[in-house]
Design a protein around this ligand. Structure first.
Ligand SMILES: Nc1ncnc2c1ncn2[C@@H]1O[C@H](COP(=O)(O)OP(=O)(O)OP(=O)(O)O)[C@@H](O)[C@H]1O
Length: 248
């Protein structure tokens, strides 16, 4: 039996007359990678913003382990173990790699306890471990601005890993990576899911989607049109024509 960690029912939000997310039902299952697919403007990022509390749903329900998280503030939701990365990465380019990870866990991590050397040591241990896992340990003292493109993507992932969060929302985490980096990146995500981490990611590249995702939820104009294993969703001619804009 699957273990549903995060559940959305009838979730909607409009911006003026635009229904950006309309009555979406979706479950994120423990240890499963769910990809959000769909054309530009489908509502994928908006759905992330609703989960993280950055936008208020106008109707519907979002619950984490059966408890509603609607109306909670972003830092409270982050503190419950939902971490999120952004398409534009939002790194502090003039800070070191280590400090970029450290700041990601200081104010909002559910593992962080204010005060005390033990808490500080624990945070440093998590930072080092995340850098080790992502292959950035040797660059811990470099400034983020000096990293290659691929390294910045791994740094963004290190920030998520270090939070110790059990649910990761990743916005195009592997976009633009060369084949070798992508393989390494995907294997890190797989390691995480084996440890029970639940991942929801936005992805545009159909090949990457097939490689990474266990399930694909396909959105268009705010509605979820399908959710299934990649082989089914990506072989549906209607969805593919919507994806490539042929039926608009
Ligand atoms: N804060 C906002 N105010 C007004 N409209 C918004 C806002 N945020 C998103 N939208 C609109 O809502 C719709 C869904 O946007 P969203 O960014 O969620 O789509 P997306 O699927 O993530 O697209 P992309 O793949 O291009 O990133 C779009 O039409 C967008 O212009």
């Amino acid at each position: 039996m699957s273990n549903v960690l995060l559940s959305m029912r009838g979730v909607s939000i409009s911006f003026g007359g635009l229904a950006a997310v309309q009555s979406v039902d979706m479950d994120l299952q423990e240890g499963i990678v769910t990809a959000l697919a769909g054309p530009n403007g489908a509502g994928k990022t908006t759905l992330f913003n609703l989960i993280t509390g950055n936008l208020p749903a106008s109707s519907g329900q979002i619950s984490l382990r059966g408890k509603s998280i609607l109306g909670l503030r972003p830092h409270q939701i982050a503190g419950m173990g939902i971490a999120r990365s952004f398409q534009d990465l939002r790194l502090f380019t003039h800070m070191t790699v280590r400090d970029n990870v450290l700041v990601a866990i200081e104010p909002s991590s559910w593992l962080w306890q204010p005060g005390g050397r033990a808490a500080q040591r624990e945070r440093m241990r998590r930072v080092d471990e995340a850098l080790e896992q992502t292959g950035l340990a040797g660059m811990a003292d470099s400034r983020a601005i000096d990293l290659s493109y691929a390294e910045t993507k791994f740094l963004s992932l290190a920030r998520i890993i270090a939070t110790g969060s059990r649910i990761w929302l990743l916005d195009e985490p592997a976009s633009g990576l060369d084949v070798n980096s992508r393989t390494r990146f995907i294997s890190l995500l797989r390691d995480a899911t084996r440890r029970g981490v639940t991942i929801c990611l936005i992805e545009h590249n159909l090949d990457v989607m097939t490689e990474i995702a266990d399930r694909i939820a396909f959105l268009d104009r705010g509605r979820k049109l399908a959710e299934d294993v990649p082989e089914k969703v990506l072989r549906d001619p209607e969805l593919i024509s919507i994806y490539f804009g042929k039926s608009r």
